[in-house]
Write a protein that binds this ligand. Structure first.
Ligand code: ADP
Ligand code: ASP
Ligand code: MG
Length: 406
């Protein structure tokens, strides 16, 4: 007997037929003698629809009311899943975030889970009852409903698995596992049997939306055994595990891209000590994160151009901050470019293999793709390129690192 958390994403509960299919999977696990908690997302497209309503009524909405609206998608699927289980004679009850409760901090719209009280759910496991838990939502310190940020039901599932000390957390989605690249972009992407927490964390934070970044972070910290698999087939999925459990380390495990950054260039900035401190200090004071930075000196050495990236949703705010500091910084011109994408290659084998960056730059050059900025860490190399070249670049890199399926 094992204790399992089974999470079903939007496409896996996108209508009553899909919910029945998911319920049948739950029944299989229950009949195998396991204790099961199910976490569900809203039906595919539903959260977008609800977010759209908020924006229509109030572009600058109160985050507490936004949470009240967008958390409702999961309330529907939780109840429907419990009903579907009853129909096939599985004992189950639905749980909303506030009923358990799933306690979070007060950051409405992107709250963090702080604690989950599982005593009652565990007591009911003893009676053979399945807990059907609404993903994405919790209870804030203000006594109001919170949500965990887009894609947050992955984090609900992992947090519940950690709190229940579950043997495994299975994330059922619309692809058969974690691939070497988004299989919707690279048809020759290969499914990975295993991937390390560190690699998955980089892939998620660099754009692969298959798991919310925070869910991977939490699985890594609490050593939750995580599996990603399809709710529509019985193919084996991908296990996310510790590095020591993987014998053969690939140099590059995956390629990903993130379209959520924007580039800003400050032209002809005086080349003297303290300038960068003023630029990046004023952005950080305004709570704007900067990711990639490139500085290029003018031939006469008197001025430099400074290029960097910020989140695309922060672009307008960043420009305002920099315009306000124009006299302190002393640049000639400010040019924004939202039309960029960050493409990254990730792999733990990079720690012991040189030449990954070079292979990457050569593959992009061969396709005539210009690199606008570069950043690296121990297990990844990222480049900023024009958004129009995204698919070409991802495919070229996938081939260059020998990842294409035969
Ligand atoms: P769910 O609704 O089940 O949470 P998501 O849409 O959030 O599903 O995540 C699954 C999607 O992630 C897939 O349909 C796929 O297009 C995308 N994806 C991006 N990168 C990868 C990758 N490396 N491996 C698998 N899927 C990926
Ligand atoms: N329904 C929420 C969203 O679309 C949470 C999730 O699907 O994980 O972001
Ligand atoms: Mg998701």
């Amino acid at each position: 007997m094992a204790r399992l958390v089974m999470k079903f994403g939007g496409t896996s509960v996108a209508g009553t037929e899909r919910i029945r299919n998911a319920a049948a999977r739950v029944k299989r696990e229950v009949e195998a003698g396991n204790e099961v908690a199910v976490v569900v997302s809203a039906m595919a497209g539903e959260t977008n629809r609800l977010v759209g309503f908020c924006r229509e009524i109030a572009p600058l909405h109160d985050a507490r009311e936004y949470d009240t609206v967008v958390a409702s998608g999961e309330q529907v699927t939780t109840g429907l899943m419990a009903l579907a289980l009853h129909q096939i004679d599985v004992s189950a009850r639905s749980w909303l975030g506030w009923q358990i409760p799933v306690r979070t901090d007060g950051t409405h719209g992107s709250a963090r889970i702080e604690a989950i009280e599982t005593a009652e759910i565990e007591r009911r496991f003893g009676e053979g009852q399945v807990a059907v838990v609404a993903g994405f939502q919790g209870l804030g310190p203000d006594g109001r409903v919170t949500t965990l940020g887009r894609g947050g039901s992955d984090t609900s599932a992992v947090a519940l698995a950690a709190a229940l000390r579950a043997d495994r957390c299975d994330i059922y989605t619309d692809v058969e596992g974690i691939f070497t690249a988004d299989p919707r972009i690279v048809t020759r992407a290969r499914k990975l049997a295993k991937i390390t927490y560190e690699e998955m964390l980089e892939l998620a934070s660099l754009g692969a939306r298959v798991l919310q970044t925070r869910s991977v972070e939490m699985a890594m910290n609490h050593r939750v055994r995580l599996q990603v698999l399809s709710s529509l087939s019985d193919a084996p999925g991908t296990l996310v595990i510790d590095e020591d459990e993987i014998m053969e380390k690939r140099v590059v495990s995956g390629i990903t891209y993130a379209p959520d950054e924007a580039k800003i260039t400050l032209h002809a900035v005086a080349d003297r000590p303290g300038v960068a401190a003023v630029i990046f200090g004023s952005l950080s004071q305004a709570n704007i994160n900067v990711d990639m930075i490139v500085q290029s000196a003018a031939p006469d050495g008197s001025t430099t151009d400074i290029t960097f990236t910020v989140g695309r949703t922060e672009l307008e705010r960043a420009l305002k901050v920099l315009e306000g500091k124009k006299s302190d910084i002393g640049y000639s011109r400010l040019s924004p470019d939202p039309n960029v994408v960050k493409v990254s290659v990730v792999g733990v084998g990079m720690r012991s293999h040189a030449g990954v960056a070079q292979t990457m730059f050569q593959a992009l050059a061969a396709k005539n793709i210009n690199i606008q900025a570069i950043s690296t860490s121990e297990i990844k190399v990222s480049v900023l390129i024009g958004a129009d070249y995204t698919e070409l670049a991802v495919r070229a890199l996938h081939s260059a690192f020998g990842l294409d399926a035969a």
